[in-house]
Design a protein around this ligand. Structure first.
Ligand code: GTP
Ligand code: MG
Length: 541
């Protein structure tokens, strides 16, 4: 496919080169690490076509950053009514097994998942039901557990809960407070919801028989380990083990449980408990290493295409991108070996970094204009911000300030909202004793919102102004952009020197040197430097 802007390909505004020579790369990225950059494509034509594609040439990523799911723990299997029958023992003792307990529901944040669309589509997730008990005192099998795997960065909030055992207990307590109810003082009658009867039992038998006191609503011991409701989790780290949201309900009791002197062969057993149902709202806040922030049509998606293998949609109009795209820049030497220079904060060798391209921000995006708040929240989580400024679209400094204003306003609003909210995300504090753990189960939350006095090892959460950032001045191939770039660079120089106010307008901000990198994403020129600069910032961060 021929490039649509063939006239500009290959030409490069001369001011790009002196810049690169003046500032040598801080991190050495070997020439062979460009496996995901455009240079690895075979022909220049192919490369040009990839960076300047028609709007129809893009890969559609199914992405959802919100989902509401109903999780249902498995119900217990029914108890069994059975009697021993052997040769010469025609009417042996009761030997019905108990029902198996239902499956548990767990949740786990994993690195492999990147979107909530699968959960959004499924809507209801149900753990397996326990099997019924059988004769010869054989207990029923346990129901299958389910583990809900969510991407790292998912925030979970409970919106509804139906726990039949809890409700029954509440009802029982309410009834106990009242004067005599027919059920509270026997004789107990058959309740079809709770009792199973032997097939041969007739209506008359039921009418005359006295049933024992119903066993109180029972919970499995595992329920102690459940995250106490209302659930509020912030899963911003991959979890080695899933955590329990809802334990499966217990199985019914077999007829041997009801043997008494007067009724040695009870012809009834109980049904299994009903599983708990929890409705959760999941929200994914992307955890990319770099978040691209820019006005609509600035060239963010083209930049993502040029730096990674992403096939994000590109078009010459505002709001081409309607959903976030995540690109991965692989840092290897073509043999799967990582580049030794780049490391994670933990010290392990970094093999890639991720870039989030979000829809463009417009004025008052923080008030939910344009695609507004729904995507600004992704910026919040990126470790580094790259402000993408279109050099051909008016004053670059004004554009940069406008972007910072939106981001800053959003943060201010967010902080206020968090303050107003009653149900804040619970902070994790280590338990001191087992009793402490049991009495404060609501605090068994995996991730905190930052280090606290009790938990100094929790990951630091920076405000947006405190994040490392740099400016990508794109479309530098277009005529007349050089002056604009010079103005931008001078402005950043003054910001670096502290003469100009930080564009966020905040008092505490990231104080290291801010760089403006001129590129022509459409030609793939200068993009390598973005990789290098990002790596140096990630190493520092
Ligand atoms: N000349 C030139 N054009 C570019 C460059 N980068 C992007 N463009 C063009 O600018 C237009 C917008 O590019 P996109 O990558 O879709 O911009 P965007 O910021 O993702 O836009 P939204 O998703 O709408 O916010 C497209 O027509 C691109 O071909 C560049 O470096 N030079
Ligand atoms: Mg775009």
């Amino acid at each position: 496919m021929p490039p649509r802007c063939a006239s500009i390909s290959g030409t490069l505004t001369p001011f790009l080169y002196p810049f690169f020579l003046r500032h040598g790369p801080r991190v050495c990225v070997s020439r062979r690490c460009e496996s995901t950059t455009v240079e690895s494509l075979t022909s220049t034509e192919e490369q040009a076509a990839r960076l300047n594609p028609p709007p129809s040439d893009y890969s559609r990523t199914i992405f959802a950053d919100k989902a509401t799911v109903t999780l249902i723990a498995g119900s217990g299997g029914h108890g069994c009514i059975s009697f021993l029958r052997e040769k010469y023992i025609a009417a042996g003792p009761a030997n019905g097994g108990d029902g198996g307990s239902g499956g548990n529901v767990y949740i786990q944040a994993v690195r492999g998942e990147t979107s909530l669309h699968k959960l959004a589509r499924r809507n209801i997730l149900k753990a397996g039901r326990g099997k019924n008990g059988q004769g010869k005192t054989k207990g029923g099998e346990r129901g299958d557990d389910i583990v809900v795997q969510v991407p790292v960065g998912t925030v979970v909030r409970e919106i509804d809960r139906m726990d039949p055992v809890f409700e029954e207990e509440q009802q029982r307590l309410a009834e106990a407070g009242q004067e005599e109810t027919p059920m509270s003082n026997g004789p107990y009658k058959w309740d079809p919801q709770r009792w199973l009867l032997y097939p041969a039992v007739t209506k008359e038998d039921i009418a005359t028989a006295d049933f024992p006191t119903l066993p109180r609503g029972r919970k499995s011991a595992l329920a102690m380990a459940e995250v106490k409701g209302p659930i509020s989790l912030d899963l911003s780290m991959p979890m080695e083990k899933p955590i329990l949201l809802a334990a499966g309900a217990l199985g019914g009791l077999g007829n041997p449980h009801f043997v008494t002197k007067t009724a040695p062969r009870p012809k009834f057993a109980t049904k299994g408990e009903t599983g708990m149902r929890i409705t959760l709202e999941l929200e994914l806040k992307l955890l990319a290493d770099v978040g691209l922030v820019g006005l609509p049509n600035a060239g963010k998606s083209t930049l993502l295409r040029s730096i990674s293998k992403s096939r994000a949609r590109v078009g010459d109009w505002a709001f081409t991108t309607l959903q976030p795209n995540i690109g991965t820049v692989v840092l290897d030497d073509h043999r799967g070996r990582p580049i030794a220079h780049a490391r994670h904060e933990t010290g392990e060798v970094r093999t890639n970094f991720t870039i989030a391209d979000i829809p463009g921000l417009i004025q008052d995006a923080h008030l939910d204009k344009g695609l507004g708040i729904s995507f600004l929240r992704h910026v919040e989580r990126a470790r580094i911000l790259a402000f993408v400024i279109d050099l051909s679209a008016g004053d670059a400094v004004t554009a940069l300030k406008a972007l910072w204003k939106e981001v800053g306003e959003y943060e201010r609003m967010k902080i206020q909202e968090e303050k107003d909210k009653q149900d804040t995300i619970v902070e994790w504090t280590p338990f001191k004793t087992v009793e402490d753990a049991i009495s404060n189960r609501s605090e068994t939350i995996v991730v905190s919102s930052g280090p606290t006095y009790d938990n100094p090892l929790a990951p630091q959460v920076y405000s947006i102004a405190e994040k490392p950032w740099f400016v990508v001045a794109t479309k530098a191939d277009l005529p007349g952009t050089k002056e604009n770039f010079e103005i931008l660079r001078n402005y950043l120089q003054l910001v670096n020197e502290g003469v100009e106010e930080h564009p966020s307008g905040q008092k505490s901000f990231w104080g290291k040197k801010v760089e403006a990198i001129p590129i022509s994403a459409i030609n793939g020129h200068g993009v390598k430097r973005i990789t290098e600069w990002t790596l140096s910032l990630l190493d520092d961060a």
